[in-house]
Write a protein that binds this ligand. Sequence first.
Ligand SMILES: [Zn+2]
Ligand SMILES: [Zn+2]
Ligand SMILES: [Zn+2]
Length: 375
Amino acid sequence: MHDLEKIAQECIKEVKAARIPVQDDRIVLITAKKIKDWGVCVATPRRFEIYINLRLLSDQCPVKSLKETMIHELIHTCPGAYDHGELFRHYARIMDERYGYEILSESDEDAVFHPDMPVLRRLVCPKCGAHSDIRSKEQLRVYEEWRVRGMHTFCSFCDSAFVDEAYPEKPEVHDLEQYAKECIDELKAAGVPVREGNITKISTDYLVERGHWGYYFLKPNEQFRILISRELLQEDCPVDRLKEVLILELLHTCKGCKKQGKTYAKYAKRLEEIYGYHLWEVKDWDAVFAQEKPVLHTYVCTTCGAKYPARRKYLYSEEEKSGQEKMGKIFRCEFCRGLMYESGSDAEATVSKTQKRYGGLVVWSAEIGKTWDME
Ligand SMILES: [Zn+2]
Ligand SMILES: [Zn+2]
Ligand SMILES: [Zn+2]
């Protein structure tokens, strides 16, 4: 069991030696407790209370991890450093550089108790330099599942999207404005009533919500704001993939297309036919950046017919795979939220038995329990 008081005194000394204005005279309590986080600094007017997770006192916990948490909380007592803002990060960086700590890093279970485990993946914050390490295989698998769907993880210090060291950022080379204009022209030429005048802005961002490559916000007076994932502007993204995402968002501006539905699907299919786009497909990371990879499984939405050509070995464990419900939760169709099943699987056959089909497209969903007719 580590000696909390001794460690606290040591940390205060180190922080002061680094000329960081810790207000130790205002700390009325430092104690270990069963808490959710590794540490908490509670501020009452002019006073601070520091709580340290009891588990950090165990002999299994390296002293360095305990000290990192303690110092993190001590920094919060400095004037202007109660949040994880710039000043907090500045002090944390000083401590990291001076003593070799890793205060500017996300500390999960492995980082604290198994710092000797090899780092399988490092995520770095491009803004504040904080990092997050993945050490367990299971965690890496879960993270990869997340990443391959186009989702990002964010720095808990400054909220920026982490950059994966295995997939570094590349310069943005595609001209968004130029391609947006091209897409609008193509839509018009195909007779799709895109409402160009209702679009206030088309810009890029990191998109985390629902793991979409594109996203739109509907503002009052039918004004649309379209967001496109930054990665799609990078040099290794084929221009057609960027345009497909743009078109899928532009289609929402048509009357009756705010949500994907019958009219939306009709237009998308028309554009596929005319220009050879792949619009009615779920786009994961591989579909965008590694299209040459062979398709290993094709999942099909039993409601609207959307496809998910998966280019990597099953991402999910056998256990998850066998749990039909769980599988349904994972494979939600991006277009209609229906369930996606592996093409030709037993699951698909069971569902198919209870469906009516019109013109090859499924119009009944066991999950949603409503009809969704498409011509
Ligand atoms: Zn904090
Ligand atoms: Zn950051
Ligand atoms: Zn669907």
